[in-house]
Write a protein that binds this ligand. Structure first.
Ligand SMILES: NC(=O)c1ccc[n+]([C@@H]2O[C@H](COP(=O)([O-])OP(=O)(O)OC[C@H]3O[C@@H](n4cnc5c(N)ncnc54)[C@H](OP(=O)(O)O)[C@@H]3O)[C@@H](O)[C@H]2O)c1
Length: 147
């Protein structure tokens, strides 16, 4: 009863269910890898059902999103960079926050400016058909992932 809210990371849905539904832990957010090249629909559906935000780590696919030709093409249309498109795609999703890491000031500013990039349905379709099985963070102690 002394802790009001708890952030967790790298849980799968089974682990979250246990924490929330069996233990009754006040889970405030869940941090997990999520970007245009990794499916997290099962996790997102569960978190939305519970009203818990997903905090997307490695939202730029550890920097590789910046050189993806599909994202670059979408960026050209909107006067944006591929990295901004990658962040905009996450930010427009209900219940998703992003934590890009950037050590350069220009990248930090550019990432903040991604908030102003608005995608259309053609863009969403082009991103939806990108491969969604690229996981960058998968240490030996990781749980069995949902996707
Ligand atoms: N909970 C966990 O298990 C877990 C696991 C992994 C990561 N994380 C956290 O998630 C955060 C981000 O993840 P991450 O660092 O793995 O991956 P990321 O944010 O997807 O990518 C970081 C890379 O993208 C580059 N970058 C940043 N902004 C850019 C831009 N506008 N244009 C081009 N390149 C850009 C960065 O370069 P520069 O830095 O050189 O600018 C860096 O090389 C970190 O704070 C990390 O601590 C958590």
């Amino acid at each position: 009863g002394t802790v009001r809210s708890i952030g967790v990371c790298n849980f799968n849905v089974t682990m979250l269910r246990k924490a929330i539904e069996e233990i009754g832990a006040p889970i405030a957010c869940h941090q997990i890898e999520y970007h245009a090249f990794l499916d997290q629909s099962k996790m997102l559906n569960y978190l939305r059902e519970k009203g818990i935000p997903l905090v997307a780590y490695a939202p730029l696919a550890q920097g590789t999103a910046a050189s993806d030709p599909v994202l670059q093409g979408i960026g050209v249309k909107h006067g944006a960079t591929a990295a901004q498109v990658a962040l905009a795609w996450l930010l427009e999703q209900d219940g998703v926050a992003v934590i890009p890491k950037a050590q350069h000031r220009e990248s930090q500013k550019s990432n903040l400016d991604a908030l102003a990039v608005k995608l259309d349905d053609d863009d969403r379709h082009a991103i939806a058909v990108l491969p969604k099985d690229h996981r960058f963070v998968n240490p030996p102690f990781a749980p069995e992932w949902d996707a």
